[in-house]
Design a protein around this ligand. Structure first.
Ligand code: NAD
Length: 495
């Protein structure tokens, strides 16, 4: 059986591990490999390798750092189909979706290639007579990234290209369910000329994460995953004096006003609800239908759902792949049963959809007449389950979004420009789509939610990412001039 190990100090870690995790092929349900779980001592070795690499990498010129990133960008571009295949084999997502994930990650690498422009400081001449002031941003040291299973290539790419471009060294702890994309990235970074120890990959579970959170040489932690773990990471990391950005779970609403183009809205709801089997933090999981929108949408949704082909991710005919693990499949199916028990109407039952005989497959499920008191409304399901909530007015729809614990993404479908403008102004959510169901910001903007979808105050990538991975310094300088001799104990004033 294939064994996946850590990548530390520029090479694969050769020592055997005390514990291993199982990696499955979700399309067959069979184990395909095993992955080493890092002990605290292995975490210490990775952090030590990153710490040793830091002084030289911090001092590498901006030109050198940019060249390495540019070479890495070229390598990812050249090998992106291979990388996408790895994603499909461990995560299960269909090939086109996997390629889309790598392409969105590439955009962050391209953004990081502009690091020389992004870290430019400011200069003020003569802040006092013959005194100048200027600012600079400098790297932090060793920083860690802890990432979820659902975007094994893209979410780490939200972090390490920018962190490395800023002059930090990086320790990535990817999801233990689909760790191969991180190893593939590590090898391409080495091929691109990144010095040993600047990028390291540690595999494992809570044991590895907790050691990273406590380690005195880890200066900052970026986390993306579920809300309870995000809160744990934020609280533990900050208690140990680290800078932390922790992005959590989501329950994204799509509000459809009665004036919307119902064909477009139905296409969008089905694409955003069932794409990647609903395992996206920006998936739409609640359709808020205002007025008679639900009656107009329902037949259109059912017609589209019936046509969706569920099958292995590497079959070009498949629209939707399996769920990631047997446990996750059981959890999502449990929510479907719970929704029925709570009194919601299951108008499309994914358990009865045409499904392959083996693997962790569940077809698209649609609930109508879902109410805010129900667990299937309140909790993140993270599967192909879409809920319709019927409301009488725009104001009722907005109140629903505001009352929900999460605030990651939201979409409004309408042809009324005034309503759209009012919505984007008043809605308390981090990422807004106007007739766009999955409004993932471009690399040069920052990604992140509000409320229980984010712990900390910095979103990822874009300028906020550069800010997170650097700290500011301001220099005030005067070149000695004999005209200004003499002791003065007064507070420095500008003259
Ligand atoms: P998860 O929280 O279970 O795991 C995320 C990471 O934390 C993994 O690396 C995992 O090994 C680690 N981890 C798990 N349990 C831990 C513990 N007890 N202590 C320390 N570390 C632990 O999330 P997941 O199931 O891999 O991913 C799905 C979740 O991620 C969903 O909730 C989804 O909404 C969220 N997500 C959010 C965003 C966003 O941008 N807000 C993006 C993608 C995914």
């Amino acid at each position: 059986m294939k064994r996946i190990t850590h990548f530390i100090g520029g090479k694969e870690w050769e020592h055997p591990s005390e514990r291993y995790g199982k990696i499955f092929d979700p399309a067959t349900g069979e184990q395909q490999s095993e992955v080493a779980f890092a002990s605290p001592a292995v975490v210490d070795s990775a952090v030590a390798a990153a710490q040793a690499a830091f002084p030289a990498w911090r001092d590498a010129s901006l030109a050198r750092r940019t060249r390495v990133l540019f070479a890495y960008r070229e390598l990812v571009e050249r090998h992106k189909v291979e990388m996408a295949r790895l994603l499909t084999s461990e995560h299960g997502k269909v090939a086109g979706d996997a390629l889309g994930e790598v392409n969105r990650g590439l955009e962050v690498i391209e953004f990081a290639c502009g690091i020389a422009e992004l870290t430019k400081g400011q200069f003020s001449e003569n802040v006092s007579t013959e005194v100048d002031s200027y600012s600079m941003r400098q790297p932090l040291g060793v920083v860690a990234g802890i990432t979820p299973f659902n975007f094994p290539a893209m979410v780490p790419m939200w972090m390490y290209p920018i962190a490395i471009a800023c002059g930090n060294t990086f320790v990535l702890k990817p999801s233990e369910r689909d760790p191969s994309a991180a190893m593939f990235s590590a090898k391409l970074l080495a091929e691109a000329g990144l010095p040993e120890g600047v990028f390291n990959v540690l595999h494992g579970d809570r044991v590895a994460v907790d050691r990273l959170l406590e380690h005195p040489d880890v200066k900052a932690v970026s986390f993306v995953g579920s809300t309870p773990i995000a809160q744990h990471i934020y609280e533990t990391g900050t208690r140990h004096g680290k800078r932390v950005q922790a992005l959590g779970g989501a329950k994204n609403h799509m509000i459809v006003l009665p004036d919307a183009d119902m064909e477009l809205a139905a296409d969008a709801a089905v694409s955003a609800g069932y794409g990647s089997a609903g395992e996206r933090c920006m998936a739409i999981s609640v359709l808020v239908a205002v007025g008679d929108a639900a009656d107009q949408l329902l037949p259109r949704l059912l017609e589209r759902i019936a046509r969706l082909r569920v099958g292995p991710g590497d079959d070009p005919r498949s629209d939707m792949g399996p769920l990631v693990t047997r446990e996750h499949h059981a959890r999502v199916t449990g929510y479907v049963e719970q929704g029925v028990a709570e009194g919601a109407q299951l108008v499309a039952d994914g358990r009865r959809h045409e499904l392959p005989a083996r693997g962790f497959f569940l077809g698209p499920c649609l609930f109508d007449r879902v109410e805010p008191r129900m667990k299937i409304y309140q909790e993140e399901i993270f599967g192909p389950v879409l809920s319709i909530v019927r409301v009488a007015s725009y104001n009722e729809a907005v109140a629903l979004v505001h009352a929900h614990a999460y605030g990651n993404g939201v979409a409004l479908f309408t042809n009324d420009g005034g309503a759209a403008r009012k919505f984007q102004h008043e809605i308390e959510v981090g990422m807004i789509g106007i007739n766009v169901p999955v409004p993932v910001p471009m690399a040069y903007y920052s990604f992140g939610g509000w409320k229980a979808s984010l712990f900390g105050d910095t979103h990822v990538h874009g300028r906020e990412g550069v800010h997170f991975y650097t700290r500011g310094k301001v220099v005030t300088s005067r070149w000695p001039d004999p005209r200004f001799r003499g002791v003065d104990l007064g507070f420095p004033e500008n003259k």
